[in-house]
Design a binder for this molecule. Sequence first.
Ligand SMILES: [Mg+2]
Length: 315
Amino acid sequence: MLRNLPKNIAEFSKVEFKKFFDSFDYVLLDCDGVLWLHNNVIDGSNTVVNRLIELGKKIYFITNNSTKTRDELAEKAKTMNFNVGFDNMISTSYLAAHYLKSLNFNKKVYIVGSTGISRELDAVGIKHTGVGQDPMNGSLATLVKEQFKPDPEIGAVIVGFDEHISFPKMMKAATYLDKKETIFIATNTDERFPMPGFVIPGTGSIVRAIETCGERKAIVMGKPENWLCDIFFKEEMKKDRSRFLMVGDRLNTDILFGKKNKLQTLLVETGVHKIERVKEIIEELENSKEQDEELVNQIPDFYITKLGDLLNNLD
Ligand SMILES: [Mg+2]
């Protein structure tokens, strides 16, 4: 049996578009590749987001990036003329702080990461060890015997993007993780940080390193994992998950996250994946005997060339 291709919203009739538009209340938008590329707004995305807000939709920008606080993200969005505030922002550092709060965590956090994490912990009143440089200063023997005194108050380790990742940080994180009761959180597992001309190791590289020496798996906050739905939208999700529309440019994170959580999903072709990749996946599935759920869940319900094209239907 042939699988259906996602529906192209650009080809919707007025009636079809109205039905689609009325089928959701919440719009979860991935940022890079959907709203902007690096520091440049993607043509029309701000106008569409502002129009959706005017029309009563609840908008959330969700990003796997852990380096910015919600305030900083909102600032960035405002400079690109999105009419949003920090309430509309959900970052993985915010989720990590929110997650610990939901557990009534009252110990201290060891952070491998940046101010994005430390400031979100400050905002919910959770103590932490701070961020910044912690270079190797002398020999391993000195580090073990003189420099590092494990802090008995540490009850969690959070790992995010950290350009100051070092041997002492890995050793400290792993030492804290050796206690089974220490909570181990990773903001996300993206392998690389996009930057033309260079390969910048992403958070995932640091997480894997600490998982290896810690001999444990981290709880991952970012897409495609479910935490956003399980902690942030817990109450709303109990009602009707299909009232959420997840918009993204990556099939194996954004769309997979949406489908696993039974949200409606929309692929925009301004970032990583285009509809051709969806066609390849469908072909792959049809040629294989087994149903790879992970692949099935990467087929979006809808697609459109760019978010800005929705504007044609929103007037
Ligand atoms: Mg993206």
